[in-house]
Write a protein that binds this ligand. Sequence first.
Ligand code: PLP
Length: 406
Amino acid sequence: MITVNSNYAKLQASYLFSDIARRVKAFADANPAANIIRLGIGDVTEPLPPACVAAMQTAVGEMAVGQSFRGYGPEQGYDFLCEAIARNDFQARGCEIAADEIFVSDGAKCDTANIQELFSQDIRIAVPDPVYPVYVDTNVMAGRTGVFRNGRYEGLVYLDSTAANGFVPDLPTEPVDVIYLCFPNNPTGATATHAQLKAWVDYARAHKALILFDAAYEAFIRDPALPHSIYEIEGAREVAIEFRSFSKTAGFTGTRCAFTVVPKSLQAYAADGSAVALHALWNRRHTTKFNGVSYPVQRAAEAVYSAAGQVQVKGLIDGYLGNARIIRESLQQRGFATVGGDNSPYIWLNTGGDSWEFFDRLLQEAQVVTTPGSGFGRCGAGYIRISAFNSREKVEEAMERLAKVL
Ligand code: PLP
């Protein structure tokens, strides 16, 4: 008899996006002429930067010729990409990160999901609320939680992100071993200052804890005072893993390329208390379970760091940030409290009522699709997330419609 992993039975079916799809479909069926504008998605809408396309095309050409054909590459990523990442994303910002501390992968989703398998079953895990659901669900699958009750899994420590703390969670009041943080945040769009991240790094150092820092939206940071990487904080090399992605930076959601930084100085502990290097452990996992990102895609990612690539990527993100500003200002003019949208593509709006009621109202009255905040956790109740990933034209039209109904 094949028995299944009973932890999967604890998972809450992800009603959020299927519920949204069902409600949008019902509305579209009843109103076939309606021109629906989708500001609910977390997927990019603009094409790849030309520098990335050209690099990918050249690499495809190399693969077509015997002399330059490449088979399996290094599982951790080609040197040309790891070196470009280490130099541009870290060393240029004063962070002491070397190329062999970078692990190239096919997504920050997979990496943030897989990282937990390095840790023992009984560690105490802290997750923000609201949260990118991958951090929670993968720990549920691994059996690190109890059942789901009153909107939360037993056994997890939830870090409330609310208006009261500026959507940057306070340090936990109970002991935790692993802490997931995400800045700029999905779904709130909030960012963390140097001082706020320092408090977390200091906490982790004092408690032998580990920070899993998801910086998938780093490219949206425009405020020069904000840190782009956790490694800008002194001591972070001893306590933090950082996840990055080309998905939102350069429109790679369908192309797939990301990376995880595991410093060699990062230690965890064996059952007998002896130190274990997490770099060696992640290297073992990565090389056992992953066979590398394709050569053309890594060449395309490398082109992000070329002079032309940098200009094009900045233009791409500036476009989305321009959308975010239009959304943010138009909602604030209508008297709504918002966070995000200045250094992130998401605007988190306090609806003043129920998330789903507000979602329905915007769909029915303005034909605009958003994402109810309650789907991201208990602290998301009363909020909706609006995404800036769409064309300028559609964003402007959506805001004109909202101005008429709000
Ligand atoms: N981390 C966060 C916070 C995200 O919002 C997303 C995608 O929406 C990801 C990671 C996944 O990124 P990737 O496309 O690299 O898997």
